[in-house]
Ligand binder design. Sequence first.
Ligand SMILES: Nc1nc2c(ncn2[C@@H]2O[C@H](COP(=O)(O)OP(=O)(O)O)[C@@H](O)[C@H]2O)c(=O)[nH]1
Ligand SMILES: [Mg+2]
Length: 329
Amino acid sequence: MNAADRLEKPIQHHDPDGHPKGLLAGLSERLARTRQSIVGQVQSLIGRRPVLDAEFFDELEAILLQADVGVNTTMRLLSGLSRSLKEGGQGKALSGEDVLKRLKEQIVAVLGPPEPLGKAVEGPTVIMVVGVNGTGKTTTVGKLCHRFRKYGAEVILGATDTFRAAAIDQLEIWGKRAGARVIRHEEGADPAAVAYDACQAAKARGVDYVILDTAGRLHTHVNLMRELEKVKRVVEREVPGAPHEVLLALDATSGQNGLSQATTFKEAVEVTGIALTKLDGTAKGGIILAIRDSLGIPVKLIGIGEGIEDLRGFDPKEFVDAIFHTQDT
Ligand SMILES: Nc1nc2c(ncn2[C@@H]2O[C@H](COP(=O)(O)OP(=O)(O)O)[C@@H](O)[C@H]2O)c(=O)[nH]1
Ligand SMILES: [Mg+2]
């Protein structure tokens, strides 16, 4: 093995679940508040109520609701867990560890398999990032751009949020950091024209990805939705099969509120995936379970910090392993 190979393929130590150790511990640390509010509390419940009676389930229900798991998903988890405990407990007492393991399995089942980002078969892949103000759209665009650049892809960013000059400058900074060209017009320009130019530039240069940062606030909500629809129509016309992904940035700290926002965007621009941001700053990461169940839109990315590296593809198994990861705490 030469030096270059070693750099590309570092020797990795895996934990029993098969994840590289550092990766899982790092994620677990960022999700510490959610880990504490769900797994920490369930552990203490098991300690207090070793008998799995009605009170146990009532308290478990309260813990899940408190973590924003949502009513429907909580009910599904409880009935799944109760079934699994009955099947597994035939004639023998279950340990607290068994209960946790079964709960973990139920959560993974509710989350379903990981869903990758949409990708063009040929030509540029166009990704629109939408959502209300402050949810983390621009930051997610910058982090995502960095991710693609790391794998050697060429990226163009479109400053489709022309509502404020500062928004355009903010994207420009991310473009410099990640090494991507930013297509920008003046403040107040037509966002659809920016999207058009970004698509043209991408086609002309054989660029792999176009990521469009959109506005989250306009004079009225109706105007905002119209503007997004128009951007989408231009993209559809300019690049076959585009947009390949319409990502809704949802702030995990906004809890159940975020779900009603999501419904509006879903109706206007057919959201294909969720980027759930600020999971590092909340104990209510259970929202990730409610999203899948109540919106039917998969979470595709998670934001776990403000830095350029703090974005992960959402892998349900890895996420659940991270919140149940207690070895080094
Ligand atoms: N802690 C944390 N902060 C984030 C994350 N994503 C975005 N932010 C912060 O949220 C704020 C708003 O982000 P911005 O991208 O400007 O939101 P936009 O208005 O939707 O474009 C900024 O201060 C970001 O640094 C995240 O995953 N974790
Ligand atoms: Mg922004």
